[in-house]
Each structure stands twice: as C-alpha cells, then as structure tokens.
Design a protein around this ligand. Structure first.
Ligand code: DGL
Length: 280
C-alpha cells in the first residue's frame, strides 16, 4: 500500500474491467439509492476474459488498491472474470496487509445462491467469458450449495466485443448469440436454467431470449448482486457507518475520458462525467 488509507467514511467502489459493470451498478443503485458510489472501469486494459490468472489478479489488485485510496471501505468486483480469478487471492493475500477492516465482494456467489430455487430439472447452464468458464468458479460455487445440480458451461468469446462495439442490437449479433446458446444446450438437453455469468450479457438479453427455448429461466445477475449487497449491509452495520450516503455516483476510467463518456452514456442512457486514473 503506497499511501496511508483514510479512515473517514467513503463511497462504495464498483469495479469492472470495462463497461459491463455498469449493468450491476444500475441495479445496485436502484436497490440502494441512498449510498455514494465510485465506478472504476479498467477500459484501457479490457477485456480481462481471455487473460491469465496472474494478470487478472494483478490488474484487479491494482484497481482495489486505487478504490481504497479513493476512500472506499467496501469494493464490489462487478466483473465475473475478476471475481473468478482474483477475489479469493485478494481476500486472503492482500486485505490483511492493506486494511483487514475493508471488504471486497464478488458477483459469483450472490448469483449462484438463487439457482437452487429456480431450476426444476437440476441441470443448469452457464454462459460466460473463457476465463470465467475455465476457472470452473461457477460449478465450484454451485456445488458448495447444491451438490445435486449438474452444471455445463460454454465460453462466449464474441459476446463482449459485440457489446463493446455497439453491435448488441445489430443483425450480425444473431449469428454468435445463436451459436453459443446452441453449443451450451447440446451439452445437456435437460438444462432449464441458464446463468448469464458476464456483466456485459444483460445488454444482449433481447436476442438471448429470442434464441432460448420457451420456458428457459435466464438469470441476469444484477438484481441478485444488488439484493445480496442490501442483505450484507443489513447484517453489517459497522460497514454502513463507513459508507457515505449522499446518493452521488462518480466515474473513473483508465482510458481516455471522451471514449468512456460516449460508451457509458449508451449503457446508462444518460450523460456522465468521468475522471481518468492510472493503475499501477
Ligand atoms: N466484465 C467481464 C465479466 O463479467 C467481461 C469483460 C471482460 O472480459 O473483461 O466477465
């Protein structure tokens, strides 16, 4: 830790490799509008989905450090790849040295908790980045809670670029959306519930629904992460006391400001102002 961390209350930090975490931020702000938030997107180094464990861990650790330095006591990794590859290491290796009272939470556990109540067939599919699928984090977390559920995963390497390049609603998106859904369902014809295990995928939801069989339950994680955070804060009044409550949200990016403003406005449907930061 390069500088002494402030013990004053601060905003809740929301981190993603890029823009996808904005889908989580929106749901969190709907559920908990009273808090202040800082959103940090590592847009200069996105995507994380195809990067190694070491790199995702290093980049995520830098982002958490930055958010702590900016006054956050609680940071949500609103990125499945970072949650899969870096959360546990940060919690175990880094938090004790940074500040054992601060907290970093991910998005996989809250998403997985609801699955047992939703699937009837006990056959669940996961669509996510290659990094998240290969980490096996979803099957591992699901089996901790629901050992009877069979989990199949399919990496969708083209979906994040479709969203990042504003092609989510374009005709070209259909080919890749159908392709990965088809591959997942071919692995197990009994799947009745599919988890969208990537923060970008809610932006593809209309087309994903179109290519899913009738009756398929599709779990879009934003609302589950928001509900889980609400519950966490109810159980942790000591953390509530460290989170400022002014209803404000500020945005930081590692990319050029104007690029973030243009793309984030498309995600949030309103203009934003943003500050450029460096992670190291
Ligand atoms: N935010 C990432 C996730 O949820 C997707 C984008 C990336 O690959 O960096 O996995």
């Amino acid at each position: 830790m390069k500088q002494q961390l402030s013990q004053k209350p601060g905003p809740i930090g929301i981190f993603d490799s890029g823009y996808g975490g904005l889908t989580i931020l929106s749901k969190i702000r709907e559920a908990l509008p009273q808090y202040d938030y800082i959103y940090l997107g590592d847009n200069a180094r996105t995507p994380y989905g195809s990067r190694s464990f070491e790199i995702v861990y290093e980049f995520t650790r830098q982002a958490v450090t930055k958010l702590f330095e900016m006054g956050c006591h609680l940071v949500i990794l609103a990125c499945n790849t970072a949650s899969a590859k870096a959360l546990r290491s940060i919690q175990i290796n880094d938090l004790p040295n940074m500040d054992p009272q601060r907290r970093v939470l991910g998005v996989i556990r809250p998403t997985v908790e609801c699955v047992g109540q939703i699937t009837q067939s006990r056959h669940v599919g996961v669509l996510a980045t290659a990094g998240t699928i290969h980490s096996e984090s979803y099957p591992l977390e699901i089996h901790k809670l629901f050992p009877d559920i069979r989990v199949s995963g399919e990496a969708c390497p083209m979906w994040v670029p479709l969203v990042e390049n504003n092609e989510a609603y374009g005709a070209g998106a259909d080919f890749f959306i159908e392709k990965y859904i088809d591959r997942l369902l071919r692995q197990d014809y009994h799947i009745d519930t599919v988890i969208l295990g990537c923060t970008h995928y809610p932006l593809l939801l209309p087309k994903i629904k179109h290519y899913m069989p009738d009756g398929m339950a599709i779990i879009s994680q934003g609302e589950y992460v928001a509900a889980s955070l609400k519950d966490y804060l109810l159980r942790h009044p000591e953390m509530v006391a460290k989170c400022t409550q002014g209803g404000e949200c500020s945005f930081c990016t590692t990319e050029a400001e104007e690029k973030f403003v243009e793309s984030a406005s498309a995600f949030l449907h309103r203009p934003v102002t943003v500050q450029r930061v460096t992670l190291e």
